[in-house]
Design a protein around this ligand. Structure first.
Ligand SMILES: [Mg+2]
Ligand SMILES: [Zn+2]
Length: 168
């Protein structure tokens, strides 16, 4: 059983540019790759939990999300880091891609994405935590019973170290 670190994506791992799906627009937050690597090296499972309502809204397709996440892991691999799994919610109650238009249980602030990870992996929940940039991220963490830390600016790896979130 291993502890897990959950990261919101936009605004935490990469600069939030609004409905980002193209790698050309992707910009890592300072310290993001180092933070992921630190957690890998400490034996943490590392997950991304991200709302991607741009799919339901018809701004981009689910395969665009999957492709970007694959590319992120390719970039991380160049630094010996990895995200173990990306969990994303493509839904929204209003939208144009009708198969994604619904009131789901995975869109944060609901904890569905985190609970999905708990169902799929042996996770030490006690030592697990989430880093997000919005109250809805922290609400999802609280609803899943894990600690949430709010990151708003700066270097993510410094933030991680200063948070004392990593437990031995
Ligand atoms: Mg965010
Ligand atoms: Zn959803």
């Amino acid at each position: 059983m291993r502890p897990a670190a959950f990261f919101d994506r936009d605004g935490v791992l990469n600069v939030d540019k609004g409905y980002l799906y193209r790698r050309e627009d992707f910009e890592w937050i300072p310290g993001a790759i180092e933070a992921v690597k630190r957690l890998n090296d400490c034996g943490y499972l590392v997950f991304v939990v991200t709302n991607q309502s741009g799919v339901a809204r018809g701004y981009y397709r689910e395969e665009d999300v999957v492709r970007l996440h694959g590319w992120m892991n390719d970039e991380l691999a160049k630094h010996g880091a990895r995200i173990d799994k990306f969990y994303y919610c493509p839904h929204y109650t209003e939208g144009t891609a009708i198969e994604y238009v619904k009131a789901c249980e995975c869109r944060k602030p609901l904890p569905g994405l985190i609970l999905q990870a708990f169902a799929e992996w042996e996770v030490d929940r006690e030592k697990s935590f989430l880093i997000g940039d919005k109250d809805s991220d922290l609400a999802a963490a609280a609803a899943a019973g894990i600690t949430g830390y709010k990151f708003t600016a700066g270097n993510l790896d410094e933030f991680l170290k200063n948070s004392n979130a990593i437990r031995e």
